[in-house]
Design a protein around this ligand. Structure first.
Ligand SMILES: Nc1ncnc2c1ncn2[C@@H]1O[C@H](COP(=O)(O)OP(=O)(O)OP(=O)(O)O)[C@@H](O)[C@H]1O
Length: 731
């Protein structure tokens, strides 16, 4: 049997005289939504009346005095209370309100069997439920008031009415007071009063139950509303979350839309570009199609030509076979011609050698000092181009036929100046003629080639003297020594001469010649002699002349230097350390014109003595290789102190050389050799029994043009100087 849902309203006894309180309302869960709806708050007529408004008397196990009217109190009081009580009807059965309220939720109402454990949990009244309860209470109050006013049930027969004084007088009773002795009447009155009160109490109980039921309905409705409210709140929260979610999705979608629109624009641009490319490609394709058509036509033509060529080729092949035979014949002829050319080349070489020998002989016969001019290239610091082909591109200088050096004199002071030996050209150019002129591009090997005959003469028993003259920085040391270490192509005359001497000596061994060679190296610095192969600083050295008799009883003056170190050398390799040592000891300094300017005249000597054990011949030659210090215009060089003294000394000795040459040219009876250590040392080479060659080195720099011309003039004078024919020292 299904039990009707009970009101969870719990009333508690508020204490003596206090109304029970509503403490909690827990609505049972509705079985179905329809059932839940049916429990929604009903119209106002069903709203409960709060118990505080009802005149509910309190009943307890013990009846209290104040629960009765004063009449009853009086009736039951006093001396007769015991007897009255004994005779009175048993008190009416009252609902056990006190017990129910005392046990709170554990009490059961008639018709319900719910236990405390089956009761729904007590819930705290929320603000909303309190508001609903308050509204319900107000409505109930109104209803009860109305009921009390007009719908009050009619009192039953024998009921009582309240007097103004609050005492209850049985209806129908005479209005006067029963005499004291009318106990029976008074008891009847009292019984009537009791009945009336009982019926009133039942009415009130009934009302109370109705109100309780109303209250239960309201509580149930309230709970339903609260649940719905909670559910709605939850749904609202869910919807809000959904809205937020949707908003964020909308934002994402908006971003997507924006990105897509950007991509769309990019794609549209690319599409446009592609379309334009396509257009171009179409046009190109169109052009190519035309070209292909032309090519195809051309190809047809070529095919026809090819066909023609093939047939021509066949004809040519036949002709070629004939030609091939002829070519074989020509090949043989060519081989014969090549052989002939080789023979002629050898003859030419021999002729060149003969020419050199003859030239040498002529020069020897003429008795002149030979002069070779060498123009050095412009250096990178002087603005030359790195390109090797442009090395010969030197302004103001020209050279031709290997003997002539031409200078543009426009830059050189007075254009009307004349000097014997110089020929002014129409274009104001001055020509100098020498035995040989070397262009800037001439290699060290080419230069040495020209002096090798002289070197050979030293082995043959001649005194040979090769010296380099020229202004400072013109390339004298480069010519004589070259670059000793490093590129062998840059080796100068001294190392090459040494090489040739030892090489030839070795070759002559087969002809019975044995050579004894000694080397010495000295310098003339500030008019004093210094031994470059000896590290002793203050060694006293002097030049001595040994007078002797040569062939045909000719008087000879052998020049030698006292205290000079002579080192016996048997190979080229033994000479190299000596050259290095001398190079280290030589006085050099950085000047304005040259980073490594020689501040002294250096003289390298090889004394060569040969004996032929087969022929018993002997010879004694001397090879002097001299690097003079450079002439220097002191004004230009700005030399001071030590360098000034060096420059003065250098210039003085070169002037002495010039005077000796002039005297020799003029065939003066007195040649002033002793004016300087240089001329004194070189007297045999300059005016005696020597084969002498001078290099005049020329700087290509425009600013040195004047000094170059001076050097070339001096060289011309030397070239014209007749020193007589050198004699071979052979026994
Ligand atoms: N033919 C050449 N080819 C290349 N470089 C050269 C040539 N001649 C000279 N030089 C260079 O020119 C510079 C000057 O040359 P060098 O020292 O030989 O002059 P110099 O006449 O001996 O000077 P000084 O009298 O001051 O000693 C050097 O750097 C040298 O290497």
């Amino acid at each position: 049997m299904s039990e009707a849902p009970r009101s969870p309203l719990i009333t508690l006894n508020g204490g003596d005289g206090q109304p029970p309180k509503a403490v909690a309302a827990v609505k049972p869960q509705p079985q179905t939504p329809a059932e839940g709806k049916s429990r929604l708050p009903q119209p106002q007529t069903r709203l409960p009346m709060p118990s505080t408004l009802l005149p509910v008397p309190r009943y307890g196990a013990t009846k209290r005095k104040q629960d009765f009217t004063p009449e009853v109190s009086q009736a039951v009081g006093g001396k007769k209370r015991k007897a009255d009580t004994a005779r009175a009807a048993p008190p009416p059965k009252m609902p056990n309100i006190g017990r129910r309220t005392a046990t709170a939720g554990a009490a059961t109402r008639p018709g319900t069997r719910a236990t405390a454990a089956a009761k729904p949990p007590v819930a705290r009244p929320t603000a909303a439920s309190r508001a609903v309860a308050s509204r319900g209470a107000a409505a109930a109050k109104t209803a009860v008031t109305a009921r009390c006013a007009g719908a009050k049930p009619a009192p039953k027969a024998g009921g009582m009415t309240r007097s103004n004084s609050g005492s209850t007088i049985p209806k129908g009773a005479p209005g006067k007071k029963r005499p004291a002795w009318d106990l029976k009447g008074r008891i009847e009155d009292m019984e009537k009063t009791m009945r009336s009160m009982k019926s009133e109490k039942e009415a009130i109980t009934q009302q109370k139950e109705e109100i309780t039921q109303h209250s239960d309905h309201i509580q149930q409705g309230l709970q339903t509303l609260q649940q719905e409210n909670a559910s709605l709140k939850q749904r609202v929260q869910e919807r809000e979350a959904e809205v937020r979610d949707l908003q964020s999705r909308i934002r994402n979608l908006e971003d997507d839309v924006e990105r897509v629109s950007r991509q769309k624009k990019t794609l549209e641009r690319e599409r446009d570009e592609l379309e334009s490319d396509l257009q171009t490609s179409r046009q190109t394709c169109q052009g190519l199609k035309g070209t292909i058509a032309q090519q195809a036509a051309a190809q047809e033509g070529i095919k026809a030509e090819l066909q023609l060529s093939k047939s021509q080729l066949e004809t040519t092949n036949v002709a070629l076979q004939g030609e091939s035979k002829r070519a074989d014949g020509l090949q043989e002829e060519l081989a014969r011609a090549v052989k002939k050319v080789e023979e002629q080349h050898m003859q030419l070489q021999q002729a060149e050698t003969d020419r050199r020998v003859l030239h040498n002989t002529i020069q020897e016969l003429k008795g002149n000092i030979r002069v070779f001019a060498r123009l050095r290239p412009l250096l990178s610091a002087e603005g030359t181009v790195a390109d090797n082909n442009a090395v010969d591109d030197v302004p103001h200088f020209d050279w031709h036929d290997g003997n002539t050096l031409e200078l543009d004199k426009a830059m050189d002071g007075d254009p009307n100046e004349t000097m014997s030996g110089l020929r002014r050209t129409e274009s104001q150019k001055v020509e100098f003629n020498f035995d040989r002129v070397f262009a800037p591009s001439s290699s060290q090997a080419e230069v040495f080639e020209e002096i090798s005959q002289l070197v050979q003469s030293a082995l043959d028993g001649y005194n040979v003297c090769i010296f380099a003259y020229g202004q400072t920085g013109s390339g004298k040391t480069h010519t004589m020594e070259g670059i000793v270490e490093g590129n062998p192509e840059q080796r100068g005359m001294i190392p090459r001469a040494v090489e040739q001497v030892f090489h030839t000596a070795e070759q002559l061994k087969t002809k019975g010649w044995e050579y004894k060679i000694t080397a010495s190296f000295l310098e003339i610095y500030n008019e004093s002699l210094r031994d470059l192969l000896d590290s002793k600083p203050d060694k006293k050295m002097d030049i001595k002349i040994n007078e002797g008799r040569g062939r045909k009883d000719n008087k000879t003056n052998d020049v030698h230097v006292t205290n000079q170190v002579f080192v016996d050398v048997t190979s080229e390799a033994e000479v190299h350390p000596l050259l290095k040592k001398a190079n280290k000891h030589r006085a050099v300094a950085a000047t304005k014109c040259n980073d490594r300017s020689s501040r002294s005249h250096s003289v390298f000597q090889l004394r060569i003595k040969g004996e032929n054990r087969l022929t018993a011949e002997s010879c004694s030659g001397m090879l002097n290789l001299i690097d003079l210090a450079g002439s220097e215009q002191i004004k230009k060089s700005g030399s001071q102190g030590k360098q000034l003294q060096e420059a003065q000394s250098i210039n003085k000795s070169l002037s002495a050389l010039s005077l000796v040459i002039t005297a020799l040219s003029n065939k003066d009876p007195h040649i002033p050799y002793r004016n300087s250590k240089l001329t004194y040392l070189l007297q045999n080479s300059l005016g005696g029994n020597s084969k002498t060659l001078m290099f005049v080195n020329v700087s290509p720099q425009e600013e040195h043009l004047g000094e170059s011309i001076n050097s070339l003039r001096f060289a011309t004078a030397v070239n014209q100087c007749n020193i007589g024919t050198a004699q071979k020292k052979v026994k």
